[in-house]
Every structure is written in C-alpha cells, then in structure tokens.
Design a protein around this ligand. Structure first.
Ligand SMILES: NC(=O)c1ccc[n+]([C@@H]2O[C@H](COP(=O)([O-])OP(=O)(O)OC[C@H]3O[C@@H](n4cnc5c(N)ncnc54)[C@H](O)[C@@H]3O)[C@@H](O)[C@H]2O)c1
Length: 349
C-alpha cells in the first residue's frame, strides 16, 4: 500500500488542478488545494469539498505559504493566452514568485516539488517534433512572453534549487491538454470549436487552418504527471507530456462538426502574433523513463468535452466522470466559511 502523504496542489481549482486533486484524494492522500480563483472555480472541486482528506485554501502564490507537506505540485498560473495576457505583469509574478515560494516551502519541509511547465517554453519551434534537449525559439518581448519567459524562469529556478540546495524536483513540459472543466471563455481551440459548433455559430479558424497542434486528453496527462512525481529514483530532466498525434486545425474543426452534427460554417481570420505554426511533443523520454503514453484517442476525448459543454449550455449538471473511490459519499455543495475562505488547516497564512 502506498504511504499516505500530505500534498499541496497550487492552482488546484483550475482545469488540470481539479483532476489532479481528484486523483490524489481518491488514492487517500491529504490534499491541500490552494488557489486564488483567478481562472479557477469552486464548481470544479465542489465534489471534493466534503472529503475529509481535502482542504481548500484561498491564497495567492505570489505570497509565501507555510505548510507541513510531503509533496508540492505547482500548477498555479492562467494557461490560456486570453487570461495570461489580460494582466501580463501578474502572470510573470505568478510564474516567478509562485515558483520561488513553492521551492522555498519545499526547501523548508524537504518536500518533493513538481513544476507544471509548458510546451510554450519551445516558443515557435525551429525543430520538429520537439524533444527536451531543444532550447526553444522564444520572443522575449512579445505578447506571449509573460507566460513563455515566466515559465522558462520558473524552470531555471527549479534547477538552481536542485543544484544549490539538493531539492528533489520534477518538471513536466505539458503540451495542449483538453477535457471537461476547461473554461468556456478562455479562447482555447478545443473549447472554442466545440462551443461554436454546439451553438451553430461560425467556427473560427486562424490563418489557413493548416497549422498543427497535438491534443492530450486530461486523464492521460494526469496519469503522466503522477507517474513522473512517483518515479523513484527521480527523473531529473524535464519531461514532455502530451499526445504526439498531430492534427491540423482544419481537421479538428471538421471532426468537431461531425461529432456535434452542427450546421456551423467555417470562417477564416488572420493568425495572431507569435502563434506557433506547428507543435508536437517527442515523448520518447516519458515512454522510456516512465512507461507512459497517451491512450485516449481524440475522437473519444472530444465526445466527453462535447457532452460536458452541452451540459453547461443547457444548464444541466455536467456529466464529469468521478473516480469510483469518490462516489462512495454524495458530493456536497462547496462549504462556506465565516471568513469567506476555506479551511486553512495546518497553513499559517
Ligand atoms: N491546459 C494545458 O493545456 C496546459 C498546457 C501547458 C501547461 N499548462 C500548465 O498547467 C497549469 C494548469 O493549467 P490549467 O489548464 O489547469 O489552467 P487553469 O487556468 O484552468 O488553472 C490555473 C489555476 O491557477 C490558479 N491561479 C492563477 N494564478 C494564481 C495565483 N497567483 N495564485 C494562486 N492561484 C492562481 C487559477 O485560479 C486556476 O485555478 C498551468 O501552470 C499551466 O501553465 C497547462
């Protein structure tokens, strides 16, 4: 049986964080979910709120935090351009100060610490597919730089803390991930296409629609993140996690139209500045070191996303699959506390 740990998840009320918390809680770990609800939402973790081994803490990662933890997963950061560009200075602070605070906490508690890095650190890549030895092609002063360079600096900090203080670190470079609980308003291509198609509105393609992306279903990604964190002895190099199967935006749009049975038409708009033309992970390292590879085909994952957004649009409860271990107790509404926040537990904020 695996030892029960106390685990801090920053950004735990976001899209990926909520699935990660769910997976850790289901395995019996004590999970402290820390979030400032910038892009997260209580609804995403509402089904966990009555679990004894789950605590929600309102906190901004730019401020230091103290907790007695065994592991830290640092996910806090808006992930979509529309959100991270709305306050770029704050995005840099969240990435850099958030990483520093997670690392300082790890240093004082001897915790293992995970960083949710991103394929964006490769920028508009000059090599294809991207493996972890590629240093990237990043514009340091463009509209995406607050995110790309913020994440690059966070990686630097992780490796400096490892070299200087011997911290046990894990760094995953996450490629496009999709699934239920994505924000409807974040302008990401999968949610955009699905929502436009469900509403029979024009489906917007940028450029000629021939630029490619790869899409990883959220269940596959969470399995990869956990395999990386749990791997003993640790994999110290950054590890790409994503689905290497490449689709053109045009191909994705056609599949969404087919699966939704939509009457939407395709419309074409100019490419945004610094938009990468092509991005696909080389996952050799993840496969060899962790035995990990994605299993959910795009068609099956899209069906779940369509079902989710269909539920959101028709205002019926979204059918998000919850692990069996969590369905033993009925999900309750989010607990409200007198101070307006959630249980602080062992944290001295
Ligand atoms: N989803 C993807 O495809 C993808 C790809 C690459 C990397 N990532 C990384 O994974 C992480 C999670 O992404 P996501 O898709 O779940 O995004 P998300 O926006 O849904 O979740 C981010 C969470 O962090 C919280 N947050 C933001 N700033 C914060 C702050 N200053 N203090 C505390 N909490 C804060 C938000 O409220 C939200 O709950 C991010 O670090 C992102 O960069 C995601």
């Amino acid at each position: 049986m695996t030892r029960q740990k106390t685990i801090l998840v920053t950004g735990g009320a976001g899209f990926l964080g909520s699935f990660l918390c769910e997976s850790l809680v289901a395995d019996g770990h004590s999970v402290i979910c820390l979030d400032n609800f910038h892009t997260g939402a209580r609804e995403k973790i509402a089904h966990l709120m009555d679990e004894e081994n789950f605590e929600l803490v309102w906190h901004d990662v730019t401020v230091p935090v103290h907790a007695d933890v065994d592991e830290i997963y640092n996910l806090a950061c808006p992930a979509s351009p529309v959100h991270y560009q709305s306050d770029p200075v704050k995005t840099v602070k969240t990435n850099v100060m958030g990483a520093l605070n997670a690392l300082e906490l790890a240093r004082h508690t001897q915790a293992k610490v995970f960083q949710a890095s991103t394929s964006e650190i490769y920028g508009d890549p000059a090599v294809h597919p991207q493996d972890e030895t590629y240093w990237g092609n990043v514009n340091s002063i463009g509209p995406r730089s607050c995110y790309d360079e913020g994440k690059r600096c966070a990686e630097t900090l992780f490796y400096d803390y490892h070299r200087q203080y011997g911290l046990e670190i894990r760094v995953a470079r996450i490629f496009n991930t999709y699934g239920p609980r994505m924000n409807a308003d974040d302008g990401r291509v999968v949610s955009n296409f699905v929502l436009q198609a469900l509403k029979n509105e024009p489906v917007t393609l940028y450029g000629n629609g021939m630029q490619t992306r790869s899409f990883c279903y959220v269940d596959d990604l969470i399995r990869g993140i956990r395999a990386l964190m749990d791997h003993e002895p640790g994999v110290l190099h950054p590890v790409n996690l994503g689905n290497p199967v490449e689709f053109t935006m045009r191909g994705l749009a056609d599949l969404v139209l087919e699966l939704t049975g939509s009457r939407s038409e395709l419309v074409f708009r100019p490419l945004p500045q610094d938009d990468p033309r092509q991005r696909r992970p080389d996952i050799t390292r993840a496969t060899e070191a962790l035995g990990w590879q994605p299993e959910v085909p795009l068609r099956r994952g899209l069906e779940k996303v369509i079902d989710y957004f269909d539920g959101v649009l028709s205002r019926r409860p979204a059918r998000v699959e919850v692990p069996a271990a969590l369905t033993a107790r009925p999900p309750l509404a989010v607990r409200r506390r007198a101070n307006g926040g959630a249980a602080v537990g062992p944290l001295a904020l």
